[in-house]
Ligand binder design. Structure first.
Ligand SMILES: [Fe+2]
Ligand SMILES: [Fe+2]
Length: 167
């Protein structure tokens, strides 16, 4: 009989999923920074790239806490979100709407991360992984702050510029 999988297995699987996702994001953010037209957008993407590096390290600490090697598991969701971002960079290159599109892609990434970290925190609490909780919460706070910053950037400039000149 197959051994029954438990919440521990789900926690590990999800940890691997977000570890893979963060590493993909780490590669995508510099590309998004290069593509962004506004200085504020560029700086924002680069700042979040540095945060993401630290988030990867926090995940490695969590792997260590549960005595497992830090290993990613292909996350098709993040691959899809990043593929869409690349499509926007390509199709809206040189247009007034590019930054609005980049921000919308970045927000899909943040929302995916927010969902994952929210779940991991709940499961870590359930599993009594007390030391993992604050690490995951620190990252969740960064993802939420990034999401809010992106909303501000969209509303204050990118969406307005994206409308183009009045007809
Ligand atoms: Fe992240
Ligand atoms: Fe993020």
């Amino acid at each position: 009989m197959a051994t029954e999988k438990t919440l521990n297995d789900l926690f590990l699987d999800t940890l691997k999923d977000i570890y893979y996702a963060e590493k993909q994001i780490l590669k995508a953010l510099p590309k998004m920074a290069r593509a962004a037209q506004s200085e504020e957008g560029k700086a924002g993407f680069l700042q979040h790239r540095d945060e993401t590096q630290a988030q990867v390290e926090r995940l490695e600490q969590v792997f260590e806490m549960i005595g497992k090697p830090a290993r990613g598991k292909t996350c098709e969701a993040i691959q899809g979100i990043i593929a869409e971002a690349e499509e926007i960079m390509d199709e809206f290159k040189g247009t007034v709407a590019l930054d609005a599109g980049l921000i919308s892609s970045a927000q899909s990434v943040e929302h995916y991360e927010i969902a994952r970290y929210g779940t991991l925190i709940a499961w870590a609490k359930q599993l009594g992984l007390k030391d993992a909780v604050p690490l995951l919460q620190a990252t969740l706070a960064e993802e939420e702050a990034t999401d809010k910053k992106l909303t501000r950037l969209a509303e204050s400039s990118a969406n307005v510029k994206g409308k183009g000149k009045a007809a």
